[in-house]
Ligand binder design. Structure first.
Ligand code: 3HC
Ligand code: NAI
Length: 725
């Protein structure tokens, strides 16, 4: 609702719809009523629009876009109504003015903002464009380059930057509402024409067309198949080419295209999924609503390799003092140097007055090889080599040294949390915190509870994720947890496709065209082929412990491809050795070139094993890789490892470069249609009976049998979830 009040000559319209004053149809109606009332009341000389509870508005109510009585289109005329008012209208911006919220403010004649307020047009991030005339007003106010940047990226800008851009007229440190009323009183009677943005020309940029052409190339490159950025661009270009009213018509047309594109639904699903996973629950009944986190005043990180360095950086950025521990001085010095470099870079990037802990102060960041210094920390994150015996040794030591309440976290990628916990005297305080590389950049934190992990431990890990500005997703304990477990069959299919006749660049291209940031072979070269090789040797799948006489392409009666092992035996570990699935310009180089040696090697391999090369089309590549990953997702849901498909989708979008405009793998499966996913898996499984990853999961079959219900109903078809606690 919006609330109308009139004390003096200034009428106040307050947008009220907790928690973020989203502009629902009801709010819009009262906003319109308030404006008309103020217009009709001769004692009202000016109007001030503000939001309830220190927030202006987060824009249109996103849920409204999927309801039959659609929101799209309703706001624009109201913004026009504000602008055409004969009485000055002032926006008092506190907290956030985003999307339609900022468009309302752009309709006002004056804008005043609190110094801590943030503004932006983030519609592009939910698959839309600013559809309430924002694409036409913003360029007129702040110029095309700045407007294009804000609209095509959706970034939020702090009030200080908004002032520099001319987006707001004034910023205040104290009471924004009072300042806005003062301003409103001051401007009574002043001419409004120059304050109406729709009447202003778009400021000229030298060589506008060349500038726009260049900007379009950049927008397209960054969009990777997502429609919204390009349509945002087109709407802004219309502002440079046509009068205001025509630009608005174009904006509306483009908005409708996006609204019905499917991508908007996927991105809006992803927006709500990310928020839904915060309300975690486990099969045993523990949940966010009853568990309280412990405070983390001081932490520790063990192991300063690739992951440890990023984790330390993340903690420092979140202003959590910590101790960083290595096994010896040589590794400590190496780790310290790398961490300091990362921190210096991060400190330079901090914006909007944000502060980073003084990392030169040992009271904030202490480097050591002495376990005794971990005595009084509240939380430890272990990031040593992926080796069960080593991890158990460390956890045993920790349980003797750390204070009784300390939470013990492991950054293992796949190992059994319960087995690690068994080495301690406090399994209830042991939990998996699986970061993704680079750990100070990637948003995902997979949080894995074991059989004995307490609800407090889960709540504390979730709180940590929030403090680190990451998305925490709570999942159960199984080999590879959720993310890596779904990744195994995907990568396996990619390698099988090479055996059968494809090439790394062909497989990568199909998946990158689908929208992945990076295909499976480029990914494997980046991460290092040796990582998986070590793990397969530990599992006895290759290397000296493989029993003599094991068939080259079979393990435990299932199909196995030794291709990655053979590459490792040749010293081809990927980027780090300048050779892997591709060729690189130098060790550590990043430019992947298809490698004739590898093509030849693949032909010889097929000859050796009597595999007939065949042409594999793009559809088969895509379906075998994605549907096997999705199939594993259904098995995970059926086992109760994750409490809903949203969890899997949030994990894939934030940790594995899944294209967000496709909503995550499980959402994607729902858009393809489960009967089709099942039919394709059945077909591929018949062709490859020795590949369990292609055998349709019982849960998928059940969902098809009950009529392909919508995603939000899937979990209700599980008869009972297996308890993992
Ligand atoms: N519509 C509906 N619900 C919204 C919403 C919106 N625009 N913005 C936030 N919410 C809901 C969230 O779902 C969440 O609900 P929950 O508590 O039930 O999970 C609650 O408000 C609080 O949001 P957050 O948990 O995200 O709170 P934060 O403090 O972390 O962030 C925020 C606040 C920065 C405002 C963030 O919510 C946000 O970015 N919101 C979306 C902003 C946006 O995309 N606006 C554009 C809308 S489209 C539009 O305006 C079209 C127009 O051009 C015609
Ligand atoms: P790494 O090899 O880069 O670093 C491990 C570090 O641990 C080394 O610096 C080593 O000196 C140190 N270390 C070994 N024993 C120690 C001990 N007893 N005490 C203190 N420090 C010790 O390994 P990386 O890649 O950082 O992996 C660490 C963990 O994170 C592993 O469990 C891995 O599976 C997991 N992980 C790795 C990811 C990656 O992309 N590299 C992603 C997610 C998880």
């Amino acid at each position: 609702m919006a609330q109308y009040a009139r004390g003096s000559a200034v009428a106040v319209i307050r947008l009220r719809n907790p928690p973020v004053n989203a502009l629902s149809l009801a709010v819009l109606q009262t906003l319109e009523d308030g404006l008309k009332k103020a217009d009709a009341d001769p004692s009202v000389k000016a109007v001030m629009i503000c939001g309830e509870n220190g927030k202006f508005s987060a824009g249109a109510d996103i849920r409204g876009f999927s309801s039959p009585k659609r929101l799209g289109g309703a706001l624009g005329p109201i913004v026009s109504l504000i602008e055409s008012s004969e009485k000055p209208v002032v926006a008092a911006i506190e907290g956030v003015a985003l999307g339609g919220g900022l468009e309302v403010a752009l309709g006002c004649h004056y804008r005043i903002a609190h110094v801590k307020a943030r503004m932006g047009l983030p519609e592009v991030t939910i698959g839309l464009l600013p559809g309430a005339e924002g694409t036409q007003r913003l360029p007129r106010l702040i110029g095309v380059p700045a407007a294009l940047d804000m609209i095509t990226t959706g970034k939020h800008i702090p009030a200080t930057e908004a002032l520099k851009l001319g987006l707001v007229d004034e910023i205040v440190e104290e009471n924004t509402i009072e300042a806005a009323i003062r301003l409103a009183n001051k401007v009574i009677g002043q001419p409004l024409g120059p304050r109406r943005l729709s009447l202003k020309p778009v400021p000229k940029v030298p060589n506008m067309e060349a500038f726009l052409d260049e900007a379009l190339v950049k927008v397209k490159r960054q969009a990777r198949g997502c429609l919204a950025p390009e349509l945002c661009f087109q709407a802004v270009r219309a502002a440079t080419q046509s009068p205001f009213a025509e630009g608005v018509r174009r904006e509306r047309e483009l908005f409708q295209v996006l609204l019905s594109s499917g991508q908007a639904q996927a991105l809006q699903y992803a927006f709500f999924a990310e928020r839904a996973v915060r309300r975690w629950a486990t099969p045993s009944g523990a949940s966010w609503s009853s568990a309280a986190p412990q405070p983390v005043r001081r932490a520790a990180v063990i192991g300063l390799g690739t992951m440890g360095q990023g984790i330390v950086t993340s903690l420092v950025k979140a202003n959590i003092p910590l101790v960083a521990l290595e096994q010896d001085l040589e590794n400590l010095n190496k780790g310290r140097k790398a961490v300091m470099l990362l921190l210096q870079r991060e400190a330079m990037k901090m914006e909007g007055g944000a502060q980073i802990l003084d990392f030169h102060n040992p009271a904030h960041l202490q480097f050591t090889v002495d376990f005794d210094l971990l005595r009084d920390v509240d939380l430890v994150i272990e990031a040593v080599f992926e080796n069960m015996a080593l991890k158990k040794e460390i956890f045993h030591k920790l349980s003797k040294i750390c204070k009784p309440g300390a939470l013990l976290c492991t950054n293992t990628s796949a190992l059994n949390i319960d087995e690690i916990a068994s080495a301690t005297n406090r399994p209830q305080q042991v939990i998996g915190t699986h970061f993704f590389s680079p750990a100070h950049v990637m948003r995902l934190l997979e949080i894995i509870y074991g059989r004995h992990t307490s609800p407090t431990a889960i709540a504390t890990a979730m709180q940590l994720a929030k403090a680190l500005k990451k998305v925490g997703v709570v999942v159960g304990n199984c080999f590879g947890f959720v993310g890596n477990r779904m990744m195994f069959p995907y990568v396996q299919q990619a390698v099988f496709l090479l055996e059968e006749g494809s090439r790394p660049e062909a497989v990568d291209q199909v998946l990158e065209d689908f929208g992945f940031k990076i295909g499976p072979f480029r990914m494997s070269d980046l991460a290092g082929l040796d990582v998986g090789w070590r793990s397969r040797k530990d599992q006895g799948l290759t290397g000296p412990s493989l029993p003599a006489g094991t068939p080259a392409r079979q393990r435990h009666g299932q199909r196995y491809s030794p291709l990655p092992d053979l590459l490792c035996e040749q010293g081809r570990f990927g980027q780090k050795t300048a050779r892997g699935w591709y060729l690189y310009e130098k060790a550590g180089g990043r430019t992947a070139t298809p490698d004739p040696w590898l093509h030849n090697f693949l032909s010889q391999y097929r000859d050796t094993h009597g595999i007939q090369t065949r042409f594999i089309d793009q559809e088969e590549i895509l379906e075998r890789c994605l549907f096997s990953l999705i199939n594993e997702g259904f098995a995970i849901l059926a086992e109760g490892i994750a409490s809903g498909p949203e969890h899997l989708d949030v994990i894939y979008i934030n940790g594995y470069g899944w294209p967000e405009h496709r909503g995550g793998p499980m959402f994607y499966a729902s858009t393809v249609g489960l009967p089709r996913v099942l039919a394709k898996l059945q077909k591929y499984s018949e062709a490859h009976p020795d590949v369990p990853g292609l055998r349709p999961s019982a849960f998928l079959k059940k969902l098809v049998a009950v009529g392909n219900p919508p995603l939000k109903e899937w979990m209700s078809y599980l008869s009972q979830q297996s308890s993992k606690l």
